[in-house]
Design a protein around this ligand. Structure first.
Ligand code: ADP
Ligand code: ASP
Ligand code: MG
Length: 462
């Protein structure tokens, strides 16, 4: 029986945590380990790419120095054996050099292409994986580190949010990683990173280490993929917002997918797909409380209650398009969404007025300007649309549960809870699966709305 253990950034962010994680990783099970970048490092690298694109070479050098010393200090604190430390230290030096070459070149020409940005962003996992591997080696196990590309993950060239080429990826992982485990080794794979068919480095999108873990789990038909983090499992709400949030024991793939789409645990939105396809169980566990059973995602999960979780998407924007030429004209909505899709922007919810003269839809804030500009260039200039507006100060609150389908009265409880707190609902959408009611509220009401709904459905009492 083979397992995949993925450790998130907070689980490995200091020397004692690295040692603790190495202990978990050297339990008796056969396994493949996946690790994220250290907590906050991907954000630093995003900032680095931004500085490079503005030509700020001195700041770029300074930030690389910071990233380097963060990892070198961690290595010195976490690894006692000189030999293990030297090997990891050599690798850190190599990655830092690579990072320096790319980012200074970008800073000089004041441009960072999506391909270069991925080469920069992938360095976080490429720096953390040798440290974790050294800590595992130090516990007497035989460990080695590898990038996602070396492990066999191949993607298209949609840099920043690359899509795996599944069959090839599964085939490669079986061929490259499985023999290592069979020979008693513990591979530590840099999550989030992959390569294109041309051999360029790509990344799987934010939260992508979870995706790396499920891709590997599907390829090797793992008994279970365990996503180790700093919370007890998937919870009824973000515990940073709702103190009374509870761990959910079991969820179905469909519920977990819906939760991922609405930002639960900053999971990659597609990370459960490979597990669902091959029926691989996924478990969310707390690194700091390994004795807890966490949350299990599986096919026939025990589902109690209709509403299971309430989630908040803060970084959202609503785009409203107007135009009388849309009235009664079949295909106008399709053209709009087609233009948005071409920009790689995912639409979270849609609502159209009965008069058909306007359509509002919600996207992640970082894609809103790109989507609006694409519509301006195409449909506004051709007269198909009369106006396009973007509203940024909104949040989406998603109420999720597989058994909401067919349970009467859910909407009534939800809207009463909001009305009682004087929260204005700006937009409503229910997914066709009836597994999710999403509402848009003013950004300042977001947290209060989550708390009100969480309480109204008694999620704190489960
Ligand atoms: P990791 O680094 O382990 O991948 P993340 O930082 O990506 O962890 O995600 C963990 C955080 O997600 C938690 O600290 C928690 O605050 C937040 N979170 C948001 N929604 C949920 C939820 N429904 N259940 C559990 N955690 C959640
Ligand atoms: N380091 C990447 C991110 O922060 C991937 C991950 O942590 O899952 O998005
Ligand atoms: Mg994460």
């Amino acid at each position: 029986m083979l397992y995949v253990y993925k450790f998130g950034g907070t689980s490995i962010s200091d020397a004692s945590r690295i040692k603790h994680v190495a202990k978990i990783a050297t339990d008796k099970r056969k396994k493949i380990v996946v690790c994220s970048a250290l907590d906050g490092v991907t954000e630093k690298l995003i900032h680095l790419a931004e500085l490079a694109s503005r030509g700020r070479e001195t700041d770029v050098t300074h930030l690389i120095g910071e990233v380097n010393s963060l990892h070198s200090t961690l290595l010195d604190g976490a690894i006692a054996s000189k030999e293990a430390r030297e090997e990891a230290s050599k690798r850190i030096k190599e990655v830092v050099e690579h990072l320096t070459v790319i980012s200074t070149a970008c800073a000089r020409v004041r441009e960072v292409t999506p391909k270069e940005r991925d080469a920069i962003l992938s360095c976080g996992e490429m720096l953390s994986s040798p440290i974790l591997s050294a800590a595992i080696t130090e516990r007497g196990a035989d460990s080695l580190y590898m990038t996602g590309g070396e492990a066999g993950i191949v993607t298209d060239d949609n840099f920043g949010d690359a899509v795996p080429i599944f069959e090839m990826t599964y085939h490669n992982i079986k061929r490259k990683v499985l023999p290592l485990v069979e020979s008693g080794k513990i591979p530590v794979v840099a999550g989030y990173t992959a390569k294109t068919q041309h051999g360029d480095i790509s990344t799987l999108g934010r939260g992508g280490s979870d995706y790396t873990a499920t891709l590997i789990g599907a390829a090797v038909r793992a008994e279970e993929v365990i996503l180790w983090s700093d919370v007890d499992g998937l919870m009824t709400a973000d515990p940073r917002i709702v103190n009374e949030a509870r761990v959910i024991d079991e969820v179905s793939y469909a519920e977990a997918r819906e939760m991922a789409m609405f930002g639960a645990k900053s999971m990659h939105p597609r990370c459960l797909d490979p597990a669902e396809e091959f029926g691989i169980k996924v478990r969310f566990k707390n690194t700091f409380k390994p004795e807890g059973s966490g949350t299990l995602v599986k096919k026939s999960a025990k589902i109690s209650g209709a509403v299971r979780a309430v989630l908040l998407v803060r970084d959202a924007s609503a785009i409203t398009v107007k135009g009388t030429s849309m009235v009664g004209k079949p295909g106008s909505a399709a053209s709009i969404f087609n233009q948005v899709a071409k920009t790689g922007t995912n639409i979270m919810m849609i609502s159209q007025s009965v008069s058909e003269s306007n359509i509002s839809f919600v996207v992640r804030r970082d894609g809103a300007r790109r989507a609006a500009r694409a519509l301006e260039r195409t449909m506004l200039s051709s007269g198909e649309l009369a106006s396009i507006s973007v509203e940024d100060d909104i949040s989406v609150v998603a109420t999720i549960g597989e058994n909401m389908k067919g349970t009467p009265g859910i909407a009534a409880i939800l809207f009463r809870a909001l009305a009682d707190r004087g929260i204005n609902v700006k937009m409503i959408a229910q997914g066709s699966s009836e597994m999710n009611i999403s509402i848009v509220v003013d950004e300042i009401d977001g947290i209060e709305a989550v708390r009100a709904i969480h309480k109204a459905f008694g999620l704190d009492l489960l």
